[in-house]
Design a protein around this ligand. Structure first.
Ligand SMILES: N[C@@H](CCC(=O)N[C@@H](CS)C(=O)NCC(=O)O)C(=O)O
Length: 176
C-alpha cells in the first residue's frame, strides 16, 4: 500500500523519512505544503498531534514525529538489526546521526555560508572521524553495523548527502 508524505518543500525533517521509506520499499507520494491554508487544513482535520510536519498517511494511520515515522518504516523494512546487540548499536548510531544532522536542519532558512562555517568548525571535525572509524572497525562492507543496510547507514547517508551538496564532492573527500 502506498503512503502519502506531507511536508514543506525541502529536506528538513522529511528527508530521513523519504530515505527510509525508499529503503523499506514502501511506495509513497508527496504533497508539498506551500500555502498556509494547506497546513491549517491538516491541523483542522486533527491529523497533526503536535501541529507539526512531517505527516505520513499510511494504512489509515496519521504518523507524525519524524524519528517515530522512520522507526515504523525501518521495522517494516527490517532495517533495525537482527539481534538485541545489533539493535542497540544501530539505535545509538542512528541517534548520533540525528545529532550530526541537527546542525544542517536550518540550512534552508539560515544562510548557507553561516551553516557551513559553523559545521566546519564544530560538527564535521567532531562526527566525521567517529563515523569513519566505526565504518573501518566494522570491516570493509560499507555498513556501520553488521553486514547489511540499517537505519544507522540511512541516517549517515542523509548527512553525507547534505554535506556533499553544501561543500561539493571534492572538498568532502578531503575531510574523510
Ligand atoms: N520533533 C518533530 C519536530 C517537527 C517540526 O519541528 N516540524 C516543523 C517543520 S521542520 C513544523 O511543522 N513547524 C511548524 C510549526 O511548528 O508550526 C519531528 O521530528 O517531526
Amino acid at each position: 500500500m502506498s503512503a502519502t508524505l506531507h511536508y514543506f518543500d525541502g529536506r528538513g525533517r522529511a528527508e530521513i523519512v523519504r530515505l527510509t521509506m525508499a529503503a523499506a520499499k514502501v511506495p509513497f507520494t508527496q504533497v508539498d505544503i506551500r500555502e498556509k491554508q494547506q497546513f491549517e487544513a491538516l491541523k483542522a482535520d486533527g491529523k497533526l498531534v503536535f501541529g507539526q510536519l512531517p505527516l505520513v498517511e499510511y494504512e489509515g494511520n496519521n504518523l507524525v514525529q519524524s524519528c517515530s515515522i522512520v522507526r515504523y518504516f525501518a521495522a517494516k523494512g527490517n532495517l533495525l538489526g537482527s539481534n538485541e546487540q545489533e539493535k542497540s548499536k544501530i539505535d545509538i548510531l542512528f541517534e548520533g546521526t540525528r545529532d550530526f544532522n541537527s546542525i544542517f536542519i536550518s540550512y534552508g532558512f539560515a544562510g548557507f555560508k553561516e551553516v557551513l562555517d559553523d559545521a566546519k568548525k564544530t560538527a564535521l571535525p567532531r562526527y566525521l572521524p567517529i563515523f569513519n572509524s566505526v565504518l573501518l572497525r566494522n570491516g570493509s562492507n560499507g555498513h556501520l553495523v553488521g553486514s547489511k543496510l540499517s537505519l544507522a547507514d540511512i541516517g549517515l547517508l542523509e548527512v553525507i548527502l547534505t554535506i556533499e551538496e553544501l561543500l561539493g564532492e571534492d572538498e568532502l573527500i578531503t575531510l574523510l
